[in-house]
Design a protein around this ligand. Structure first.
Ligand code: SAH
Length: 351
């Protein structure tokens, strides 16, 4: 249990049981979530209380490493959570927004063939506090962003390590914590859950939160190729997935996003583009194409710029909104589980 696991009510209950007035809990909670303060920095809280808090309700976040790329606009922090999980959180600054990319799990069981996290397997689920604390700590790093970007976090995407819907309750709990009006007050509409396509999770999402945005990692537009790239497709096939996304859209009236890693000679053919265009058009989805970030030792390569242009052309001809994502932080292994991978190698004494 770390302090970020507690709601304001739970923290109040605890502090009252220690003999403190409820306003102390509001003060501590506000410092934790609004100011990203550590206990040492809460100078308006009595020292004895801070000591007890540190002992019984630790922050549970250690900053192990911070690296920057793109002239400081991309920052990646390696965090140890709850004294045991090592995960990466990435901060990307743009002129009008700053996005924190958080992990829902340490490792991942989904086993997607092109993904570095998938190749390590699942270590642990993260708790509500361990997920939400990543944003608190990313916000500390946001104060060091260059002046060309906002110095606060405007968006959160669950595109770090792990599958959010394989750790569904803590993920939704973290969304609730991040949007808590007593705490960080992020808007749900600025939070995106990215899923490999866990159909039951997509179907349940509007009941928990009908504002949070949905991105689905499609990567292939027919059953055969998708099952090869994304083994979860064998459990939740494409036709059911498309149906679940359509259901989400009908209930929330929001535009879903489709993520598509562009992999050379694997999923970048005209045929795939045309099939994707039909699916995306039907779903009114926005398509994000991401040139594959090659994983160390993996055989797959990103599509060529010419192929990406042709692919975009076919999607546009199918009346689909499409964006080619810039590839931030490549040189600092900021993408897709690579940092943790590199950390593990370093720990094992490998080059
Ligand atoms: N499990 C969730 C969220 C984490 S992955 C999901 O699958 O959506 C975040 C995004 O990065 C996904 O779209 C995933 O497919 C993509 N991704 C993983 N490895 C990648 C790589 N090597 N290059 C480009 N994108 C990758």
């Amino acid at each position: 249990m770390i302090v970020y696991d507690l709601s304001l009510d739970q923290l109040t209950e605890r502090l009252v049981s220690w003999g403190h007035p409820p306003y102390r809990a509001r003060q501590v909670y506000g410092q934790l979530w609004r100011r990203s303060a550590t206990y040492a920095e809460m100078t308006d809280v009595p020292a004895a209380l801070r000591e007890r808090l540190a002992e019984e309700l630790p922050l549970g976040v250690e900053l192990l490493d911070e690296r920057t790329a793109d002239r400081g606009a991309t920052r990646k922090v390696l965090l140890r959570l709850g004294g045991r999980h090592i995960i990466e959180t990435v901060l990307m600054g743009y002129p009008t927004r700053v996005t924190a990319c958080v992990s829902a799990q340490s490792g991942c069981a989904m086993d997607c063939s092109f993904c570095a996290t998938g190749q390590m397997g699942l270590f642990n689920n993260l708790s509500v506090g361990e997920i939400a604390a990543q944003v608190v700590w990313a916000r500390r790093a946001a104060s060091r962003l260059p002046p060309s970007t906002p110095r606060r976090i405007t968006n959160v995407v669950f595109m770090g390590m792990g599958e959010p819907f394989a750790n569904e309750r803590p993920t939704l709990g973290a969304v609730a914590r991040l949007t808590d009006p007593h705490g960080m007050r992020l808007g749900s509409r600025h939070i995106t859950i990215s899923t490999v396509g866990v159909v039951p999770g997509i179907r349940r999402l509007p009941d928990a939160n009908d504002q949070v945005r949905l991105a689905v990692s499609l990567h292939a537009a027919d059953e055969e190729l998708r099952s090869e790239l994304v083994p979860a497709n064998r459990l939740w096939p494409l036709d059911q997935l498309v149906d679940a996304i359509a259901g989400w859209r009908a209930r929330t009236h929001h535009r879903p996003s489709i993520e598509w890693a562009m992999i050379r000679d694997v999923n970048d053919s005209d045929d795939q583009a045309e099939k994707l265009a039909r699916i995306a058009f039907e779903l009114h989805a926005h398509v994000n194409l991401i040139p594959l970030n090659p994983t160390p030792g993996g055989p797959m390569q990103p599509s060529t710029p010419e192929r990406i242009r042709a692919f975009v052309g076919l999607l546009e001809r199918g009346k689909v909104n499409v964006t080619v994502r810039d590839t931030r932080g490549r040189e600092i292994e900021a993408a897709c589980g690579q940092l943790r991978w590199e950390h593990d190698r370093a720990m094992a004494g490998q080059p």
